[in-house]
Ligand binder design. Structure first.
Ligand code: PRX
Length: 633
């Protein structure tokens, strides 16, 4: 299934378009199925209905663990680097990981978990997070991992939406010099969540926590019970290829985050195939993805993709700048990392520290680099290439989304000729098209448009949990018979793709997706706020920053205090990741006569470009624009 030359890529691509079912059948044959499929693909984008490998029976953990035991049971599956570099790291071989996953699946079963249950996982980046994810999959329960930076309120919304009955967490977490009271946050969330019957708490920081009788149990005590019971194995639940594997919540342009649903068979095939190809993973290589398992990158390219391919995957608990900005390079040096996959925001941030943090770090083990989450600007591309890759490592700039499950447009390392700033070419099976506002296809090269995909691929989302209509309207209704990505895109003279950013009201802050409507709703919850409008603006490190225009006439205390109050409100409602970078108090917002906020004007002001705001004559009160311009931050 590995492509090793450009002509092979072209051939594979052609086959994937002309005979998609045959193409994916041959890829799927490389995986372990208890029973093969009745049909490779059923689909229409109208409902939408997408089924890959329907009727096939499998368990993804047999592909990630069991099938490797004989040949590489002693090989490291996970290398874990703790937040504090003076503490011991941990290595879990495939056999050890298998044992721990079986053990914890038994814990889940003892606590009432069954196939089809939804289980919320809210944990820091510790090996037990991967173990919990895999144990859910082994038992057939649907995991919903919530990133550690979300607030109690956001967790509660996600638990309620998915009707989770179990939560897995830790007492606390540490990131750099910050402590995160994970269990306390969960306790606050659960006040609103009667569906949760059990909370399994891993001891990590041994921070004092409340443990409620009958509901809260310690991970370690439950493991002891399993040991006493003598349950060493856990026979993996048989899943249909189209049974749900997980839900992952992500932000959109309107309302609450939605639960993107991925299923077992297609997702597994796609994550494994794209991992092996884009990174050209070779047995024995050490691979380090710096993402958090709370995001799709961690799901697909720390856990499922690498493990399904028998890779060694490094998990890091901390942050790139603690204890100093050389931390990633220490890790590369320490474990002789070969493949290093990170985000543009991290690259830009580390770049700003200059060469000092690189001194004395041996990066010679690196052979391939990767980037994800937002456009990788050319300056950062060259720094990454020269200072980290020493001009000998290809950079795979992987464009994809929570909804796509895996890489879509991406170079194949050492196969695809690169171009800085470009995600380059679609992987086999991916059929991108550019359309104009009306949905007309824009043909030819040297053109820009809205990026859509016209044919299904195995890793694509199947629905949004509990609300299929929302899935249809969000992704399949903007343009007929197309999956709409929400991204703008340029196809250059060579047919190379460059993602230019979101065309909807979604911000990309440090590679995290944040809906402007979501932030506005949170700001508007603050008692003195009348209304607000949130837009993005270019930010040197984060890619985009959050700029909030807020109408807040009765402030308690001075403006600075009022700003802090609003920040606190956003932290409480969504989480610290959504806090605005700038808050400008205004007397009114620029609205049309029908009451619609003209965001175009606010975006320009936030970008600091007020020279030409375009036609403002349709505004109800054009005068408000002058006031806003005068107070711009
Ligand atoms: O705008 C694109 C941007 O991130 C969005 C997807 O965000 P999320 O679902 O959180 O997944 C992030 C990790 C896959 C996309 O719609 N994006 C992602 N990768 C790139 C990118 N923009 C430019 N270049 C990329 N390589």
């Amino acid at each position: 299934m590995k492509i090793t030359s450009f002509p092979e890529y072209e051939q594979a691509y052609k086959k994937s378009v002309e005979q998609p079912e045959q193409f994916w059948k041959e890829i799927a044959d490389n995986f372990l199925w208890r029973k093969k499929w009745d049909k490779i693909l059923n689909w229409n984008f109208t409902e939408p209905k997408i089924e890959w490998f329907k009727g096939a029976k499998l368990n993804i953990t047999e592909n990630c663990l069991d099938r490797h035991l004989e040949t590489m049971g002693d090989k490291p599956a996970i290398i874990w680097e703790p937040n504090d570099p003076t503490e011991d790291h941990r290595v879990l071989t495939y056999k050890q990981l298998y044992d721990k996953v079986c053990q914890f699946a038994n814990v889940l079963k003892n606590n009432g978990a069954k196939k089809g249950d939804r289980i919320c996982i809210y944990m820091p980046m510790v090996p037990e997070l991967a173990i919990a994810v895999l144990a859910c999959a082994r038992l057939g329960a649907i995991h919903s991992v919530v990133f550690g930076g979300f607030s109690a309120q956001s967790i509660a919304d996600r638990i309620l939406d998915a009707e989770c009955n179990i939560v897995i967490t830790t007492d606390g977490g540490v990131r750099g010099d910050k402590k995160i009271p994970m269990k306390t946050v969960i306790d606050d969330a659960l006040v609103r969540c009667p569906s949760v019957k059990k909370v399994i708490v891993l001891t990590h920081t041994r921070t004092p926590v409340s443990m409620i009788k009958g509901r809260d149990v310690w991970w370690e005590d439950e493991i002891k019970k399993v040991e006493t019971q003598g349950n060493k194995e856990f026979i993996a639940e048989e899943m249909d290829a189209e049974d749900m594997l997980f839900i992952l919540y992500t932000s959109g342009s309107t309302g609450k985050p939605k639960g993107v649903v991925h299923t077992c068979g297609g997702y597994m095939v796609y994550a494994g195939y794209t991992f092996t190809n884009a990174f050209q993973y070779e047995p024995g290589e050490v691979y380090f993805c710096t993402a958090d398992i709370g995001w799709i990158t961690g799901h697909s390219y720390i856990v499922y993709g690498p493990l399904s391919q028998g890779a060694t995957t490094v998990m890091f608990e901390g942050v790139p700048t603690w204890p100093d900005a050389g931390r990633f390079w220490d890790i590369v040096d320490k474990y002789k990392v070969n493949i290093f996959y990170t985000a543009p925001t991290a690259i830009r941030s580390l770049m700003s520290f200059g060469d000092e943090p690189l001194k004395g770090k041996d990066l010679s083990s690196l052979t391939k680099l990767g980037s994800v989450g937002e456009p990788l600007n050319e300056e950062a591309w060259h720094w990454f290439d020269e200072r980290i890759g020493k001009k000998k490592c290809p950079i795979v700039d992987t464009w994809w989304q929570t909804e796509t499950g895996g890489f879509m447009i991406s170079p194949i390392a050492n196969v695809t000729p690169l171009k800085p700033g470009y995600a380059t070419l679609p992987l086999p099976g991916v059929q991108p098209i550019l359309v104009d506002e009306k949905g007309e296809e824009i043909l030819g090269n040297g053109v820009s448009g809205n990026l859509c995909i016209k044919f299904p691929w195995p890793g694509m989302l199947r629905t949004t949990y509990g609300d299929h209509e929302r899935c249809r309207t969000t992704y399949f209704a903007t343009y007929k018979d197309l999956y709409f990505t929400g991204d703008g895109c340029l196809r250059d003279e060579d047919g190379y793709y460059r993602i230019t950013g979101r065309v909807d009201d979604v911000l990309n802050v440090s590679g995290h997706r944040i809906g402007t409507a979501e932030v506005e709703n949170a700001i508007n919850m603050h008692s003195s706020v009348v209304e607000s409008a949130v837009v993005g603006y270019p930010h040197d490190i984060k890619g985009q920053g959050v700029y909030a225009f807020v109408v807040c006439p009765n402030q308690h205390g001075d403006q600075e205090l009022a700003r802090k109050d609003i920040m606190m409100t956003v932290s409480r409602i969504i989480g610290a990741i959504a806090k605005p970078d700038k808050i400008q108090f205004v007397t009114g917002l620029p609205k049309t006569r029908s009451g619609k906020i003209m965001r175009r004007i606010l975006r320009k002001i936030a970008e600091g470009d007020t020279s030409n705001l375009g036609d403002i004559s349709t505004l109800l009160d054009p005068g408000v624009v002058e006031d806003i311009k005068a107070g711009a931050l």
